[in-house]
Design a protein around this ligand. Structure first.
Ligand code: KIV
Ligand code: ZN
Length: 519
């Protein structure tokens, strides 16, 4: 592939994506996502904004130390403290990049920065030069570029390249651009900036008008060769350009765009599921490429066409984005070998202990459920991968509820030290009663921030997936579980989140167990 055919995929799920309300991740989760991004084949991982918080610093540093292959990038404003801090976090990376940014639009200059154009140029140059004193690979972003006067934008970009920027990123920070206009910005820079060929032109589009992918594609046509994007389109407000969409757009329409990426597209669905799992942000059913309905054909005419010739209504093959072709999978007579093969085909790497747990859960499920679908297997595998060590396990529960009765629950939990503890409580409904009883037994009172139940597949016997988000002393934890009984799934998800809090609490009291708490 020549440089002209090559589209650099810059993933910012862990930086811009993590800025989405409710998408914060802990260190272990960020590392897991970073490893998945590497397996996906992204070129650059923007791992965080090191000066923003000690947690951000620690995450960028850990990713720089542990994730080999992609360029690891850290964000910094154009000031010495930010840039030096970013470098401190990144220095262990074999391929580090510092990304410096400074707003350039009139509105930001006047109201946010209170700086004249000359000062913006001076600071941009100083920022790039300082970053360059630490590392060769430096990216510069004129924030709010799409609302910046074109001539001034061209001047800033030119000076940043002269100062040593190897990538110049043109952000549509507030999602204001539209495709023809954004393409014209890139064209103008290509035509007027001296030395533009010394740097890669990058685009970073927000989705406020639902145009992030369209704007990015329009820019590629004008010669941009790096796209900044996030898994599932996470990001500030309405999010960023969705990685899975831009990658499949240039792959499916290679005839039109003539560029290639190094993304293993079969990893798109598993990576999307992972990010959804760790952030607790569900992917909408009709989301392009990775949504549950993305390949579901409902209309009779479409189904008929598909049966005659797939390409009548399908422009991408589900297996190319990591969705298995087979809908109906295994039954209760299926053995380990078949299950192991199916799990591998779905893109999961389980160790022997995890596989054994999934196998047992699968057998139990096959006894309860007529048809076991791929989505059921995925749900079981995900629960297992993210299962942390448990202080408490659910032994049994009983609930009663109805229109003319007070909802109540009786729960028995087993502690890891062998104790079994039972209790009962009333609630607003059976789920609330179960949660309250679990709080009483474990002695951990929490605030329930979010609770969702969805059906994993179709049919009356479908598994329900419960997700909870709880808060205790300012710390947020999530839990997720599946069962054909939604009250059991809810109880298990709640208990998983409580266990995570309890493990942390125990680790604080007994520091030698600290590593366990990072799960
Ligand atoms: O949206 C934006 O402008 C950004 C920059 C920091 C690149 O995220
Ligand atoms: Zn952004």
């Amino acid at each position: 592939m020549s440089d002209q055919d090559r589209l650099i995929i810059f993933d910012t799920t862990l930086r811009d994506g993590e800025q989405s309300p409710g998408a914060s991740m802990n260190l272990a989760e960020k590392l897991e996502v970073a490893h998945a991004l590497k397996d996906l084949g992204v070129d650059v991982i923007e791992a965080g904004f090191p000066i923003a918080s000690p947690g951000d610093f620690e995450a960028v540093q850990a990713i720089a130390q542990q994730v080999e292959g992609p360029i690891i990038c850290g964000l910094a404003r154009c000031n010495p403290e930010d840039i030096d801090r970013a470098w401190e976090a990144l220095r262990a990376a074999s391929r580090p990049r510092i990304h410096v940014f400074l707003a350039t639009s009139a509105i930001h200059r006047e109201f946010k920065l209170r700086m004249a154009k000359e000062e913006i140029i001076r600071r941009a140059i100083e920022g790039v030069e300082r970053a360059k004193s630490h590392c060769e690979d430096v990216e510069f972003s004129p924030e709010d570029a799409s609302r910046t006067e074109l001539d001034f934008l061209a001047e800033v970009v030119e000076r940043a390249i002269e100062a040593g920027a190897t990538t110049v990123n043109i952000p549509d920070t507030v999602g204001y651009a539209v495709p023809f206009q954004y393409a014209a910005v890139i064209r103008h820079l290509k035509q007027t900036v001296r030395g533009i060929d010394k740097a890669v032109i990058s685009v970073h589009c927000h989705n406020d008008l639902g145009l992030a992918v369209a704007n990015s594609l329009a820019a590629l046509k004008e010669g941009a060769r790096q796209v900044e994007c996030t898994i599932n389109g996470l990001g500030e407000r309405a999010g960023n350009c969705a990685l899975e969409e831009i990658v499949m757009a240039v792959k499916t329409r290679a005839d039109y765009f003539g560029v290639q990426t190094t993304i293993s597209t079969r990893r798109l669905c598993p990576t999307s599921r992972l990010v959804s799992h760790v952030t607790g942000i569900q992917v909408q059913r009709n989301k392009a490429v990775v949504g549950q309905n993305a390949f579901a054909h409902e209309a009779g005419i479409h189904q008929d066409g598909m049966l005659k010739e797939r390409t009548t209504y399908e422009i991408m093959r589900p297996e190319d984005v990591g969705l298995s072709k087979t809908e109906l999978v295994l039954g209760k007579h299926s053995g380990r070998h078949a299950l192991r093969e199916r799990i591998a085909a779905l893109g999961y790497h389980l160790d022997d202990v995890q596989f054994q747990q999934v196998f047992e859960a699968f057998k139990a499920l096959a006894d309860r459920k007529k048809t076991v679908y791929d989505a059921d297997i995925e749900a079981l595998a995900e629960v297992q991968i993210h299962e942390g060590p448990a202080l408490w396990t659910l032994e049994s529960f009983h609930t009663s509820a109805g229109t003319a009765t007070l909802p109540m629950a009786a729960v028995c939990l087993a502690h890891v030290d062998g104790r079994k503890v039972q209790d009962a409580a009333c609630g607003d409904g059976p789920v609330d009663a179960v949660f309250t009883t679990i709080e009483r037994i474990t002695g951990i009172k929490v605030e329930l921030r979010d609770y969702q139940v969805r059906s994993v597949t179709v049919g009356e016997d479908a598994q329900g997936e419960a997700r909870v988000e709880i808060e205790h002393n300012g710390r947020v934890q999530r839990g997720q579980a599946v069962s054909t009984d939604i009250i059991e799934a809810s109880a298990q998800a709640f208990l998983q989140a409580i266990n995570r809090l309890a493990m942390r609490r125990q680790a604080r009291l007994n520091p030698q167990t600290e590593t366990v708490s990072a799960v």
